[in-house]
Design a protein around this ligand. Sequence first.
Ligand code: C2E
Ligand code: CA
Ligand code: CA
Length: 564
Amino acid sequence: MVENRITEDAKKRLDSLFESYSIIADDTFVFICDMKYDFSRWSKNLVESFGLPSEYMYGAGDIWEGYIHEDDRQAYHEGMDAIFAGKQAGHDMQYRAKRPDGEYDICTCRGTVLKDELGIPEYFCGSIRNHSQRSQIDTLTGLRNQYGFFSDLQSYIRNKTPIRIGMAGIGKLTEINEVYGYHAGNQILQVFGRFLMDNVANRGGTYRLDGSRFAIISTVQSEEELSQSYEEIRAYFRKGINIDGLDIILELNAGILSLDEFNVDDQTVYSCLNFAYQDSKSNKHGDLVAFRTELTNESRKKIEMLHAIRASITKGFKGFYLLYQPVVDADTEKVIGAEALLRWKNDEYGVVPPDMFIPFIEADPLFPELGEWIIKTALDDARKIQTYLPDLKINVNLSYAQLERSDFADVVWDTIEKADYDPKNMCLEITERCRLLDMDLLRNVIVTLRAGGVRFALDDFGTGYSSIGLIKDLPFDTIKIDRSFVQHIEQDEKEKRLLNKFTEMAGIFGADVCVEGIETSGMRDIIRTYGVHSFQGYFYSKPLPIDEFIDKVKSGADCLAKPI
Ligand code: C2E
Ligand code: CA
Ligand code: CA
């Protein structure tokens, strides 16, 4: 018989039983129900990951039933009825349970009934193992891994606990592995993780995120304290650590972020932190980079904006749209193509240019979805323009995060097929940031897609230090020269000579040259003497909404040669 309210004593007993049951593996949760009161305590982690009302619940079985997939519900219900009716001494079943994001996780639930000295069922206790949830422990270092990191971060955000988060990584770990062997590399990771834990995160958590990157979350230390700790750690590892009798010097990189506002999600926070970390690695020789501008207000706004942008992706790409900038033939000045340029707009932030958000979100797991949307939208729009200009080529910008996906080429083919599009009229632009990718993988993608007719352009040629390496290693149809190289060409001799070299170089590799940023007729007149193939720039047109692009094409018969 279920009585009304649990007594203090009974609750204490339940708690002490719960504590002793709670020594568990990290992807397994426990529950204990005092059957007399039908009052239960469930693992906090389980309560949080499924969004249950509370750790303590009356009628937990019924509440949980509401989370179970409808196809599995009846079996669960019958099992629970049998237990509470004393007909069954336990259960062992699998079912799907719904998470707050609407996805289902497969869980195994094992429970047994404990009887009192009179043989009356007293407690129903057991464990729930979530098979979809991966382990939160990194086996090499024993630290919590990235799943643990995200789970903790989510709970800090949910509980509105102000935190400082640091991301620190060991530079050149790949080389260290190659030179000293994996065993040494592994020991370094263990030593580093241990050191972080002992020296920084004694009042927070230490995590190994992936490869050589670690994170710490602190609820008590200030940015200054963490920054000082980082300098100490850096100095310590720079002196060299002894591994198997060898002195190995380590260089570190680090980013930090303060979270005092909670109108954000964990992925956005992670992207911002990662951005600071990458900045430290690529531009600051490992100096600690804080994700903030001087005004904390501004950084908060930025994080919130990125959050809103992320949310737009999940809401059917609301607010995203593409503008099209004409590409004209350098001799005839007729429109031969259009470059699709992404924008995002919402009531609060207005129109946000791509430079303001793409670099921050391209490492986000959602980004490839947006990339797919861009390709699809650009092809559909290009079809519309082709009604008036049948040979128009559409250029679409890619991020390295899209190319990294093993199914990228398939996704492009699928989109081309669905849009019933001629692949020869599509050109994918990549920047030299792609050198971050595995070169064999990148070459494979380019070669596969080019074999089907798709063209490739190397964007912003000359701005990165490995542009020449890239055109040597990968087959490009077009090299796009960044506007920074031609901005002063009317006055600057050096720019003329540089352009000459660039066009020669493109010629060696059989690529066309497109020059960006043509702003005046003077620039056009000079640049076209270098035998470049096409132009883009405000002199011809700023990026336009699709309707305006079509109107212009229509009114100018087949070209936009008239500068605007
Ligand atoms: P980008 O690919 O080099 O694009 C050219 C940029 O130069 C565009 O800026 C364009 O509006 C601007 N531009 C064109 N002509 C002139 C000119 O005569 N003078 C000046 N001052 N600027 C000119 P926008 O649209 O702000 O895009 C900035 C960057 O954002 C792009 O540089 C590209 O790297 C990135 N981006 C834009 N759309 C996408 C996209 O769909 N996907 C990805 N991954 N990146 C994108
Ligand atoms: Ca581009
Ligand atoms: Ca460019």
